[in-house]
Design a protein around this ligand. Structure first.
Ligand SMILES: Cc1cc2nc3c(=O)[nH]c(=O)nc-3n(C[C@H](O)[C@H](O)[C@H](O)COP(=O)(O)OP(=O)(O)OC[C@H]3O[C@@H](n4cnc5c(N)ncnc54)[C@H](O)[C@@H]3O)c2cc1C
Length: 438
């Protein structure tokens, strides 16, 4: 279980499982942000709709209860001004719903910092800051007025990001959906999705519309093994830092933060004064494997601890309190998608490739509009209907991802050791092979 759930005293009391067959207007598979936002907006749009969400474990068991808590405007999709605006609006929409529904998710919109700590990272970051909309370059002195990062050479800042407590967000969202009339069944694994029906060991749910909202778990569903790669990501969180350490580091606000390495890390300052830092660890296990309990190898904990101490030497003595891992869905072209087919009544969203906290809200609103036919401008955004090609079969998939991350790590090590002022050829090759458009 993640620290985020621990901090809430564990997941809430189990909700009932499905018992017997049922029918409804919309059946949703998966109670993470995507499924719950879709259910929430459908119910708010038309309170007469009968909406059922089916969840194999508990609401927020997946990435939605384990992530780094970046409510950011980033989306993996080629630049489009309308999509960018929709993402920016979605950050504010999540905050607005939290306020309206009384969801206490430690949400603070202080922006996001990306920090270069090697010459090669600096070269990439300066090039990024010139072209990236909404990002502004910060020289080290200005960065230090916010956060003092060891060896920082430059940073980029955007105001379009909030820090959240992920599990508090998903738990509050589940309650808000239920208040709006949504029925949520837990401990109910879906074993098959067909036209107008969802099968589980406890019964079948027949529905006019069915939505698959299982992101990183999608590969476990029949026929979906090569749809999205279940990518593992791991996080550690420290014990609360003493005031003396915080005064050395600064970071008085709640900016989210990352470095600019190829295998980058992501950080947040938690509401109770800890640092959470995440990264890819062991990114992919053979044949879509993942540890259902989110166990994190010692080597990953050591690597993340090392990164934290390099960025913040003042925190070197602060113990690590917890480590956990989760899975997120990565499409072959790293581009997220959302779709609903009126003819078959089937919809889906995901493949956010590590940027799902905000994107799931946009997906939920988009799906609700498409399902109810209520026509909104969101339906015309370029990611709607985007389906990338499938991943390669094993063992090519495993070999490819291992090679890609080995290349990124090697590139990061070489750039640091040699003080290179540019990316290595190997990292550019890895970008090419991975299909990543960075
Ligand atoms: C460690 C980590 C850090 C991350 N950090 C960030 C971040 O800081 N910012 C960001 O934007 N994104 C981040 N992400 C990604 C983001 O968390 C996800 O993209 C997002 O939560 C996906 O939400 P979802 O509802 O689509 O999927 P999930 O939250 O994974 O929910 C899917 C649900 O479906 C259920 N399910 C699966 N199979 C079945 C079945 N057969 N039957 C019934 N139910 C089923 C699962 O139990 C799960 O509850 C991170 C992800 C991880 C793992």
């Amino acid at each position: 279980m993640s620290f985020w759930w621990d901090a809430l005293g564990g997941p809430p009391a189990a909700r009932p499982s499905l018992s017997g067959d049922r029918s409804c207007d919309v059946a949703i598979v998966g109670a993470g942000y995507t499924g719950l936002w879709t259910a929430y907006y459908l119910a708010r749009h038309d309170p007469s709709l009968r909406i059922i969400v089916l969840e194999s474990r508990y609401a927020g068991y997946g990435a939605s209860g384990r992530n780094g808590g970046w409510l950011s405007a980033e989306i993996d999709f080629p630049h489009d001004a309308r999509l960018r605006q929709a993402m920016t609006d979605s950050v504010d929409e999540v905050l607005k719903v939290c306020a309206a529904e009384g969801i206490e998710a430690d949400a603070v919109k202080s922006g996001c910092l990306r920090v270069a700590v090697t010459p090669a990272q600096e070269t990439r970051l300066r090039a990024f800051a010139v072209v990236a909309a909404d990002w502004r370059l910060l020289e080290p002195a200005e960065l230090a007025t916010r956060v003092r990062v060891a060896g920082a050479r430059a940073a980029a800042f955007t105001p379009q990001c909030a820090r959240v407590q992920p599990a508090a967000l998903v738990a509050g969202l589940a309650r808000a959906a239920e208040r709006a009339g949504v029925l949520l069944f837990e401990q109910t694994p879906v074993t098959g999705i067909s036209r107008g029906a969802v099968s589980t060991p406890h019964g079948t749910v027949r529905a006019e519309a069915v939505v698959r909202a299982t992101e990183g778990f999608t590969a476990t569903l029949p026929g979906q093994r090569r749809r999205w790669l279940p990518m593992n990501s791991s996080v550690i969180v420290t014990e609360p830092l003493p005031a003396s350490v915080w005064s050395e580091i600064g970071w008085a606000d709640a900016e989210t933060m990352s470095d600019f390495a190829h295998a980058y890390c992501y950080l947040q300052r938690t509401a109770d004064g800890r640092i959470a830092i995440g990264g890819r660890g062991n990114p992919y296990r053979y044949s879509n494997g993942f540890d259902p309990n989110g166990h994190t190898p010692d080597s990953t904990v050591a690597a993340l601890t090392g990164m934290l101490r390099r960025l913040f030497p003042a925190a070197a003595e602060v113990p690590v309190a917890r480590a956990w891992s989760g899975v997120l869905g990565v499409p072959r072209d790293w581009r997220a998608g959302v779709a609903f087919d009126q003819a078959t009544g089937f919809g889906w969203a995901g493949g956010y490739a590590g940027h799902g906290v905000t994107t799931a809200n946009l997906a939920g609103r988009t799906l609700a509009g498409l399902i109810t036919g209520s026509g909104s401008e969101l339906a015309d955004l370029p990611w709607v209907g985007h389906v990338g090609r499938r991943w390669e079969p094993e063992p090519l998939r495993w070999l490819g991802v291992q090679a890609m991350y080995a290349a990124y790590r090697h590139a990061d090590r070489t750039e640091t050791a040699r003080g290179l002022g540019h990316s290595t050829r190997l990292s550019r090759l890895a970008d090419l092979v991975s299909g990543r458009d960075r």
